[in-house]
Design a protein around this ligand. Structure first.
Ligand code: AMP
Length: 397
């Protein structure tokens, strides 16, 4: 079956058409600046160069139309008609407590996703627009919602409750939800397969280190804890997000700088993390370069980042009373040799570490811990689109 995977943001739409039998990506692309002047569609059929086309897209329905046009284009298309698309898989950011797995989309599901809008005001409404737009263009194609939060729904209460009055959980469902769940699930399963171990008898710590970053503790295939919270702001500090901090800092800085809560949150989401700390960039490649050129603040930022990741690894080893495998994934985890090496320096007490030679790889599956280590350290590239396509096929058969 050919599955169209859609990841819809407020002004963008990413897509991949995946043949679920071969798991091959037939084509992929991105619509940018939807609803804004200067729209751009990037389309890349398998084995060919990217094609960029300027096109104003007043709304997401127009963007979906252009995606379909590209896919069925005579010269560069990869299917001959819309009928070849067997299903659409939508990435949905927040499923709240309503969804612990992917689900076929119907009106009831749409309503339940809408009810989570409060929890992810920037993402869920955009995801819903994506669903509605696809329904308009492909009314007879089955669609599936795959939630970023679903995999983490197995967390026990002791892991997801915050130390605040319980009434806020009861009234507003304020709790830890966690994100990147599709990636954490995909990578933990793949790590077990790669090691030839049974996932149902394995303790894995997945470090999803990308521009957004989160860590999870996966015991016997189920998530027992994760670092992101009610929103993706909690946990590690990231490309531009602050991660954990003393909540009183909000009041302190907002008083000093005369900022509103919204302005403060914008700073914590968009101007903090490695960008804010280093003053260099949110991109780890720039940060690495600056550190090599002797920029002390860039060096300190890389040290602080690795230290924070190592502390989470320690706490999740404690949470699971042990760990069998530590896995690095996403942009930084898959590619940043130096950061992995720095984190590895902290793992000696677990009877493991990162072997310099084995670690000299990018973007491929590999064990990077020294021979005979008690805990395997691995790199496993994530593939959220493939995971969404697999879930979609499972449900629509
Ligand atoms: P993601 O959000 O998963 O796409 O990850 C983006 C992050 O991965 C950025 O900070 C990039 O600097 C980092 N990254 C991607 N490729 C490399 C690379 N070859 N070396 C170091 N960092 C990389």
């Amino acid at each position: 079956m050919k599955v169209l995977v859609i990841n819809c943001g407020s002004s963008s739409l990413k897509f991949q058409l995946i043949d679920s039998d071969t798991e091959e990506v037939l084509a992929k692309g991105l619509c940018e600046r939807i609803g804004i002047d200067g729209g751009m569609v990037t389309y890349q059929p398998e084995g060919k160069d990217k094609i960029k086309k300027q096109a104003d897209m007043p709304d997401h329905t127009e963007a979906v139309k252009l995606v379909i046009e590209s896919l069925i284009d005579k010269e560069n298309g990869v299917i001959s008609s819309l009928d070849e698309i067997g299903a659409v898989g939508h990435r949905i950011v927040h499923g709240g407590e309503s969804f612990s797995s992917a689900t076929i989309i119907d009106e009831k599901v749409i309503k339940a996703i809408e009810e989570c809008n409060d929890l992810a005001p920037l993402h869920n409404p955009a995801n819903l627009i994506g669903i509605r737009s696809c329904q308009k263009i492909m009314p007879n194609v089955p669609m599936v919602a795959v939630f970023d939060t679903a995999f983490h729904q197995t967390m026990p209460k002791k892991a997801y409750l915050y130390g605040i009055p319980y009434e806020y959980y009861k009234k507003y469902k304020v709790r830890r939800y966690g994100f990147h769940g599709t990636s954490h699930e995909f990578v933990s399963k793949r790590a077990a397969e790669f090691l030839g171990r049974d996932i149902n008898d394995l303790k894995v710590i997945v470090c999803h280190l990308g521009n957004g970053a989160s860590i999870s503790a996966v015991k016997n295939g189920k998530c027992v804890d994760t670092s992101m919270g009610l929103t993706p702001l909690e946990g590690l500090f990231m490309g531009t997000r602050s991660g954990n901090l003393d909540p009183a800092i909000l009041q302190f800085i907002s008083n000093k700088e005369k900022l509103t809560i919204d302005e403060m949150l914008n700073i914590l989401n968009k101007k903090s993390g490695v960008l804010g700390m280093s003053g260099v960039s949110s991109d780890f490649r720039d940060l690495g370069e600056a550190a090599h050129e002797g920029n002390e603040q860039a060096k300190t930022t890389l040290e602080a980042y690795s230290y924070r990741v190592a502390k989470y690894i320690g706490s999740y080893a404690a949470a699971m009373n042990g760990v069998d495998a530590i896995v690095f994934t996403a942009g930084v985890g898959e590619n940043n040799i130096e950061v992995r090496q720095m984190i590895g320096e902290y793992l000696g007490y677990l009877g493991t570490g990162v072997d310099k030679d084995k670690n000299n790889i990018r973007g491929e599956e590999a064990v990077i811990s020294p021979d005979g280590a008690k805990v395997s350290v691995l790199v496993i590239p994530t593939n959220e689109e493939l995971a969404i396509a697999r879930e979609t096929v499972k449900l629509v058969g």
